[in-house]
Each structure stands twice: as C-alpha cells, then as structure tokens.
Design a protein around this ligand. Structure first.
Ligand SMILES: [Cu+2]
Length: 117
C-alpha cells in the first residue's frame, strides 16, 4: 500500500512542477541571427528572445523528416515558410513591437514562441 501513496505523491509533485513551476528556457538572439533546429518533433530552441524594433534572422535547419515539420508558420507576422530537409532556410523577421509571437508547424504539434522585448 505504501508504494501507492508514494507514487501518488510523486505524481502530484510532477503535475505541480509541470504546470506551475516549469519555465522553458529562453534563448536570446545574438548578432541578430538565431539557428533553430527542427528534429525529433520539437524546435530547439523553442523559446526565443529578440530585441524589439530590430530585424532578426531565424535560420531553420530541419533534420526531422515528418512532412508536417516542413512548414513553419508565424501567424502574428503572416509568415508561412517551407523548410526543406537538411538545408538552412532563413526567415527574416521584420522589426517587432514588444510582445509574443508564437510559431508552429502546419498542425501545431511543433510549437515555439518568439518574445520581443
Ligand atoms: Cu505538425
């Protein structure tokens, strides 16, 4: 019986951590360019910090051959870009006002966010 209680407590701790404590790591763009890898179902990095009012280059490299991963959409900026396999594809972001700009694949399984500040 004891292990049921222990695993219950561990499960609750995990849920608390996941929903309230976990903050994905943000990566700040340096030299106005950031390389984002698309592999194993995720964007790496997925949380990108850019400087406001300044154009930024995002270079996507896709090694994930899932067809869904082949399109990156940034709805807030009306950007939709095809990302061929194993080839660097550069998207130029216009100068952004402060805020958050989510980006995702065509089915929204791969997700990331650009934070401008
Ligand atoms: Cu997808």
């Amino acid at each position: 019986m004891l292990w049921i209680n222990i695993s219950g407590i561990l499960l609750i701790a995990l849920i608390v951590w996941w929903f309230w404590l976990y903050k994905p790591q943000e990566v700040e763009v340096t030299n106005n360019k950031m390389v984002i890898r698309i592999e194993n179902g995720v964007y790496t990095p997925a949380h990108i910090k850019v400087k406001a009012n300044q154009s930024t280059l995002l270079a996507f490299i896709r090694t994930d051959n899932s067809p869904c991963a082949a399109t990156v959409l940034i709805p807030g900026l009306e950007i939709s870009e095809e990302i061929p396999l194993n080839k660097e594809t550069v998207i130029t972001l216009p100068p952004l006002t402060t805020g958050e700009y989510p980006f995702h694949c065509s089915m929204q399984m791969y997700r990331g966010v650009i934070k401008s500040e």
